[in-house]
Design a protein around this ligand. Structure first.
Ligand code: 5GP
Length: 376
């Protein structure tokens, strides 16, 4: 791999003179700005390796341009994301655009990544789009410290969506193979393989069994690509960059991976399972609200998250819990309106000294009488 060092010197020189813009047009070769860990960038590297373009295209890390958020880099790719590409006067980001640029520019070198039949080409486009729009956008749920994960504010929702989208991908894959779109290697293979390296590496941390990540068609294809020179190389590049993340304990604090709720069940779990009756006043996908068995006011409702996710106490709240905490407050407002309360108070007791008895986060909604202050 050519992670070319020359750009640093060029960038430093030109930065001094304030000619960062012109620097890009002076790059001697088309240049991919990328890092081994990037699954998006790996789509482009897959094409570079498979087409044998390493002598034609330099690969340099974004740090050579001051890093992803530097002024220099943002001039190349305003999104501040990897990968980006410089080809003469042209600078652009987005791995799909870069991949298509290379396939166009080097159409007569190596495999075309373009299937010979319309059916296969359309299947390849559909699979690549499924990957880009519905899978790639939510994969942060496997390694990012905090939400959002694409359209999802909750890691559990993103993981459930990922399950669904991998099943959709399985359905879309060509039955006869051996590649995703059919008999020929296509952009769909280059797009999906690096992301599935992420999935295979990270989803077991969330309790997914090895065999349930990919369906039978994808498994057959996965084995084929892993056995190829380019596939093995791309996989090792990505995994080689992920292993140090593991060694530094990246997943230790990630909810549902390293961080798991191992605290004992409480009475509220039995109420949630409806094993113990309660008077439910509100229920949605995220919270349950029911009347307190020992009310301290005419209206006394307990609002709890349906999945505790480590919230035995409020003190364990993290950014991962922000969504459900918001849902609890939203439910409180609705219940207070339903109960026609003129005034009310929300209380969360935390720990023995805070008066907490049940170790499943709950908010008391109290109303129907005039509250005193300070509380006891
Ligand atoms: P904490 O003291 O932990 O803030 O509040 C726990 C609340 O749960 C208490 O107000 C208590 O009355 C209520 N509670 C405990 N067990 C049950 C039960 O089985 N059903 C209902 N509805 N409330 C309960």
């Amino acid at each position: 791999m050519r992670w070319a060092p020359f750009a640093a010197a060029a960038a430093a020189l030109l930065r001094v003179e304030g000619f960062v813009c012109t620097m890009t047009s002076q790059m001697s070769k088309p240049t991919l700005l990328d890092m081994p860990v990037s699954n998006a960038g790996a789509r482009v590297r897959y094409i570079i390796y498979e087409k044998g373009l390493e002598q034609e295209v330099d690969i340099v890390p974004p740090s050579e341009f001051g890093g992803l958020k530097s002024e220099e880099y943002l001039k190349i790719n305003p999104q501040g994301k990897m990968p980006a590409f410089i080809d003469g006067d042209m600078t652009f980001g987005e791995s799909d655009v870069i991949a298509r640029h290379l396939l166009d520019k080097y159409a007569d070198v190596g495999p075309s990544f373009t299937a010979p039949t319309l059916q296969e080409r359309t299947r390849a486009n559909a699979i690549a789009r499924q990957h880009d729009v519905y899978i790639m956008t939510i994969t942060g749920c496997m390694y990012k410290a905090a939400p959002p994960f694409g359209v999802h504010a909750r890691r559990l929702d993103a993981l459930a969506d990922l399950r669904k989208q991998l099943d959709v991908l399985e359905d879309m894959a060509c039955s006869s193979g051996p590649f995703l779109a059919g008999a020929d290697l296509s952009l769909a293979d280059a797009a999906c393989f690096p992301t599935l390296v992420f999935c295979k590496y990270m989803l077991p941390k969330f309790g997914w069994a090895e065999g349930e990540i990919l369906g039978p068609k994808l498994t057959r294809w996965w084995q084929l690509v892993c056995a190829s020179k380019t596939g093995a190389r791309v996989k090792e590049e990505i995994e080689g960059a992920l292993r140090p993340w593991d060694e530094r304990g990246r997943w230790d604090t990630i909810l549902h991976a390293g961080a798991r709720d191992a605290a004992p069940e409480t009475i509220f779990d039995r109420i949630l399972r409806k094993e113990i009756p309660s008077t439910v006043v509100h229920e949605d996908a995220y919270v349950l609200a029911f009347r307190d068995i020992n009310p301290v006011a005419p209206s006394h409702v307990l609002i709890i998250p349906k999945v505790r996710e480590g919230l035995t106490q409020l003190r364990f709240a993290t950014a991962d819990h922000a969504f459900v905490l918001g849902k609890m407050l939203e439910a409180a407002a609705k219940i207070a309106a339903d109960e026609k309360l003129e005034g009310f108070r929300l209380v969360i007791n935390d720990g023995p000294k805070g008066g907490q008895e049940v170790y499943h986060l709950h908010m008391h909604l109290i109303g129907g009488r005039t509250m005193k202050w300070p509380p006891g």
